[in-house]
Design a binder for this molecule. Structure first.
Ligand SMILES: *Cc1c(COP(=O)(O)O)cnc(C)c1O
Length: 400
């Protein structure tokens, strides 16, 4: 294992061993530096930590349980499976952990307006939620195609008081929404904060998202020590941009006997173009201000991707994950759409929990893996979100 703990803190330019950085024009670099400086100043103060913990507890609903999936374990006949129940967070996923942290940071910086971009709409809903809570103006950029595919989430954001802007450039999807958000922040950085939804993008976002999601791993580590009196053998999480995975992994990065496994979407299969297995099939390149693994065509343009779960449908991945892959500290596996739906239904039937399709990728891999392990092994799977939002997609996939 070549990993050393200090590697998970980027250098002052935001590099994790060559990944990350700030590939941006100077005016945007200045915006990022202002955020990085403000964050450095407040992050370890008791005021900020107490405020964040207050909202984690009383608004998000933390801590979330670490639940022993006893029936699932018995049925699979191998390692013990524990589920970290991020699906029980307010708004139904881990995303609000990060939103709370960044909104408090924005308030500290004196910003009055929040912008974000969203593909599937889940981050838009979480951001609109946080903005409503603190009475801040909120604008969400979304590709026009995505606003059509995710009508209900658009309406949710509007119910929460956000303005939703349908971006009519390019492919009219997430990448174009990111460009629109960057244009906005260049114009309006004086009173506006750009709230990024995953552990991606330029420095300092991968670092601050890691920190705000690390509550998942901290809790899980304490909870497994309470319940099993030992650390897990494996920690498994799905990887889109990588925020729920880095949140869980961060609790165990220094425990070198805990193996970390990220699970990406193999979509319709790794030998088809319709997947988003960035680490498995991608190469390093620059996307949205950072150097990371990236699915790209021959000309270096980001590939069109596919996954049954909109939340994993992104051609890039966070800088820290890219580093964890290259150092061998984490490994990255995949699950197909079909395996994911099967895993989702199995958890419904055996445990009475409807998991998000994103999280079902991690479950699918765990369900394949657990039976190959001895009964004294322990696996923690991050159940990043609940599946109510996905019922209509599953309905198209299976008839019951
Ligand atoms: C958005 C989302 C993801 C993917 O994002 P990460 O940053 O990779 O965690 C995973 N699970 C759920 C439930 C989501 O909503």
């Amino acid at each position: 294992m070549t990993y050393m703990p200090e590697f998970s803190i980027p250098d002052t330019e935001g590099y994790y061993q060559g990944f990350g950085g700030m590939y941006l024009p100077d005016e945007l670099k200045n915006v990022m530096r202002e955020i990085a400086d403000a964050y450095e100043k407040i992050k370890d103060t008791p005021e900020f930590q107490n405020e964040l913990n207050y909202y984690f507890k009383n608004y998000v609903g933390r801590e979330t349980p670490l639940y022993f999936a006893e029936r699932l374990t018995k049925e699979l006949g191998g390692a013990k499976i524990y589920l970290k129940r991020e699906d029980l967070c307010h708004t139904g996923a881990h995303k609000l952990n990060n939103v709370m942290g960044q909104i408090l940071l924005a308030r500290y910086m004196g910003k009055k307006r929040i912008i974000a971009e969203t593909g599937a709409g889940q981050h838009g809903v979480a951001t609109a939620t946080g903005a409503a809570l603190f009475g801040m103006k909120c604008r969400i950029y979304m590709g026009e195609e995505d606003t059509k595919r995710q009508e209900l989430n658009v309406f949710r954001m509007k119910m929460l008081g956000a303005e939703v802007v349908a971006v009519k450039k390019g492919q009219r999807t997430l990448t174009d929404a990111v460009d629109a958000a960057l244009e906005d922040i260049v114009q309006n950085y004086k009173d506006t904060f750009y709230l990024v939804g995953s552990a991606v993008g330029p420095h300092p976002y991968p670092m601050i998202v890691h920190d705000f999601q690390s509550v998942i791993g901290k809790e899980a580590r304490r909870q497994i020590l309470e319940q099993e009196h030992r650390l897990p053998d494996y920690a498994i999480a799905c990887v889109g941009g990588g925020s729920n995975a880095i949140g869980l992994f961060s609790g165990f990065l220094n425990d070198k006997d805990v193996r970390l496994i990220g699970v990406e979407a193999a979509g319709k299969g790794l030998d088809t173009p319709e997947h988003c297995a960035t680490m498995t099939k991608g190469k390093p390149g620059v996307l949205h201000g950072a150097r990371t693994y990236l699915l790209q065509d021959e000309n270096g343009n980001p590939s069109l991707t596919h996954s049954i779960s909109a939340g994993l449908d992104y051609p890039g991945v966070g800088a820290e994950h890219s580093m964890l892959k290259d150092t061998g500290r984490a490994i990255y596996e995949t699950a197909t759409d079909q395996e994911t739906v099967d895993a989702c239904l199995k958890l419904c039937r055996v445990e009475g929990i409807i998991p998000a399709l994103e999280s079902s990728h991690a479950l699918a891999y765990a369900m394949k893996f657990a039976p190959t392990l001895d009964k004294d092994k322990v696996i923690i799977v991050n159940l990043s979100g609940r599946g109510d939002k996905d019922v209509h997609i599953i309905q198209q996939y299976v008839s019951l």
